[in-house]
Design a binder for this molecule. Structure first.
Ligand code: DC
Length: 227
C-alpha cells in the first residue's frame, strides 16, 4: 500500500490556491480539500440565521446546532448545510466577508480544524487554506505558500465572479474586499495567515497557472507522482 501524505497550500485570497490545488490533485490522483469552503459555509449559516459574525456566544451556539457535511462526488467537494447543498451559494462576495469575519473566532476554528484533520488522515490529500502548514497539519510532507499582489488577485477574483455571471461588484469593490480580508486574515489572534519557514514560496504575479503548477510539481518526489 502506498504511503498516505498531505500537501499544504496556504496563501491569501485570490493567490490561485484552489486552482492549483485542483491541478495538483488531478496530476497526483489524490483528494483535494478546500478548507475555505468550510469557513464559507459557517459564514452562510450565520447569515441565514441573522447571527452577527463576531458574536462569540451566538456563534458558539450556531456551531453546536448546525449540521455541516462534506461530500466528495466525482472529484467535486459538495458542502451540505443542514441537509441543503450550498456548494454554489457560498461563493458570493457577501459570504466571503462573512467567512473572513467568522473564521477569526476560536470556537469556529477548533471545530473546522478537527474536521480537516479527521478527513485528511485516511487518504492522501492536498488542502488549501491559510493555516494548513502552520496549524492544521504541521507534519504535512509538502508545504507551499502562494503570494500575488492585491491588484492581480482582485483582477482574478473579478474575472472568476464574472465568469459565473456575477457582475454585482466593480474592480474597486473587489479590491477593497480583498484588502479587508488580507488585513483580518493576517492579523487575527487565532491561526493567522503566515508562511512557515520550510514552506516553498511561489509568487504567482507573473507566471500563469500551468507554469505555477509545473513549478509546484517539480518539488514533489517522483515516486509520489507515480513516475
Ligand atoms: O479561501 P477562501 O477565500 O475561500 O476562504 C474564505 C475565508 O475563510 C478567508 O477569508 C479566511 C477563512 N479561512 C481561514 O481562516 N482558514 C482557512 N484554512 C481557510 C479559509
Amino acid at each position: 500500500m502506498s504511503e498516505i501524505y498531505q500537501i499544504a497550500i496556504d496563501g491569501p485570497s485570490g493567490s490561485g490556491k484552489s486552482t492549483l490545488a485542483k491541478g495538483v490533485a488531478k496530476a497526483l490522483n489524490i483528494m483535494y480539500l478546500d478548507t475555505g469552503a468550510m469557513y464559507r459555509t459557517c459564514g452562510l449559516a450565520a447569515i441565514k440565521k441573522g447571527i452577527p459574525f463576531k458574536d462569540e456566544q451566538k456563534v458558539a451556539e450556531l456551531m453546536n446546532s448546525m449540521k455541516l457535511e462534506i461530500k466528495f462526488v466525482d472529484g467535486k467537494q459538495l458542502m451540505i448545510l443542514d441537509g441543503i447543498d450550498v456548494t454554489d451559494s457560498i461563493r458570493t462576495p457577501e459570504v466571503s466577508i462573512a467567512a473572513s469575519d467568522i473564521s477569526s473566532l476560536a470556537v469556529v476554528r477548533t471545530k473546522m480544524v478537527d474536521m480537516q484533520r479527521e478527513i485528511s488522515k485516511a487518504q492522501t490529500f492536498v488542502l488549501d487554506g491559510r493555516d494548513i502548514a502552520s496549524k492544521v497539519l504541521p507534519n504535512a510532507k509538502y508545504k507551499f505558500f502562494l503570494t500575488a499582489s492585491s491588484s492581480k488577485r482582485a483582477e482574478r477574483r473579478l474575472a472568476e465572479l464574472n465568469s459565473k455571471g456575477d457582475f454585482s461588484q466593480t474592480y474597486e469593490e473587489v479590491l477593497r474586499d480583498i484588502e479587508y480580508r488580507d488585513k483580518q486574515d493576517s492579523s487575527r489572534a487565532n491561526a493567522p495567515l503566515i508562511k512557515v519557514d520550510e514552506a516553498v514560496e511561489i509568487c504567482t504575479d507573473n507566471i500563469n497557472i500551468e507554469e505555477t503548477l509545473n513549478t509546484l510539481l517539480s518539488y514533489i518526489d517522483k515516486s509520489d507522482i507515480g513516475a
